[in-house]
Design a protein around this ligand. Structure first.
Ligand SMILES: Cc1cc2nc3c(=O)[nH]c(=O)nc-3n(C[C@H](O)[C@H](O)[C@H](O)COP(=O)(O)O)c2cc1C
Length: 229
C-alpha cells in the first residue's frame, strides 16, 4: 500500500476539490479500506439538532464544486434536508493520514442522474430501495424480508437471497420517486494531513454560493487559509 505523506502545497492550491478528488482516487488505489468513498454526513433539524451517518460519496465534481450521494428522500436525513437544506460531510482515510471536510447547501440531483445511478445498482439493491421505508420502525426483521419478497413479486423479479441468481442479473426495475441523489455544494472545504511529530497540516477554503436557476449556485472565487492544527 502506498502511504502519501506529503503535506499541503505552499502556496495553497487555488481550489480544494480537485485535491479532494485526487485523494479519493488515491484511497481507492491504496485499497486500505473497502469503502474508500464512505463519508460521514451530518444534517440537522430546523431547530439545530444534529444527526450523522455514513453514506457513499459517489462523485466529487471540482467544477462547479459539489459532492454526490444517494439515499431515500423520506429517510431521517431526507426529512432533515427538506427542513434545513445544509449538510456537512467528512471523508477520512485513516491509513493515508488524510481528512476532507465539506460544508454547504444541499439540492436534489437531476432526475436523469438519479435514474442512471439507480439503473447501475445491483438488482437486489433496486428491490431494496422499493421495499425499505428507510428510517421507519419495523416490528421484526421478518417483516422486512416479507416486504422484500412481496416487492420482488410485484416487480416481476427474483427474490433477493434465492440461490443461483447472479448479482449481474439484468432485470428492469424503475427508480422509486422517493429515492435519488443529492448534491452537497461546497462553500467550505478543509483538507487535513497528518504531519511528522504530530505537527499536522490543515487549510480551509471558503467561497460564497448564491442560489441560481435549476438547483445550481453562482460562486465566488475560493479564499484559502492555513489553519493551526
Ligand atoms: C459503509 C456504509 C455505507 C452506506 N451508504 C449509504 C448510502 O450511500 N446511502 C444511504 O442512504 N445509506 C447508506 N448507509 C446507511 C446509513 O449510514 C444510514 O443507516 C441510513 O442512510 C439511514 O440514515 P438516516 O435514518 O439518518 O436517514 C451506509 C452505511 C454504511 C456503514
Amino acid at each position: 500500500m502506498v502511504v502519501h505523506t506529503e503535506l499541503l502545497p505552499e502556496p495553497l492550491p487555488r481550489e480544494p476539490l480537485a485535491v479532494a478528488r485526487q485523494w479519493l482516487e488515491q484511497a481507492w488505489a491504496a485499497r486500505a479500506q473497502p469503502n474508500a468513498n464512505s463519508m460521514v454526513l451530518a444534517t440537522s433539524t430546523r431547530d439545530g439538532r444534529p444527526s450523522a451517518r455514513v453514506v457513499l460519496c459517489k462523485d466529487i465534481v471540482p467544477e462547479p464544486g459539489y459532492l454526490v450521494f444517494y439515499t431515500n428522500f423520506r429517510s431521517q436525513k431526507g426529512r432533515q434536508l427538506r427542513d434545513n437544506p445544509r449538510a456537512a460531510g467528512v471523508l477520512h482515510w485513516d491509513a493515508l493520514h488524510r481528512q476532507v471536510r465539506v460544508e454547504g447547501p444541499v439540492v436534489t440531483a437531476p432526475e436523469s442522474d438519479s435514474d442512471a445511478y439507480f439503473a447501475s445498482r445491483a438488482w437486489q439493491s433496486r428491490i431494496g430501495a422499493w421495499a425499505s421505508e428507510q428510517s421507519q420502525p419495523l416490528a421484526s426483521r421478518a417483516q422486512l424480508l416479507e416486504a422484500v419478497t412481496d416487492t420482488a413479486r410485484r416487480l416481476g423479479a427474483p427474490i433477493p437471497g434465492s440461490p443461483g441468481v447472479a448479482d449481474s442479473l439484468q432485470v428492469t426495475i424503475p427508480r422509486p420517486p422517493h429515492w435519488g441523489g443529492y448534491r452537497l455544494w461546497a462553500d467550505t472545504v478543509e483538507l487535513w494531513v497528518e504531519g511528522a511529530a504530530r505537527i499536522h497540516d490543515r487549510a480551509r477554503w471558503t467561497r460564497t454560493l448564491d442560489p441560481a436557476a435549476g438547483g445550481t449556485f453562482q460562486s465566488s472565487a475560493w479564499t484559502a487559509t492555513r489553519l493551526q492544527p
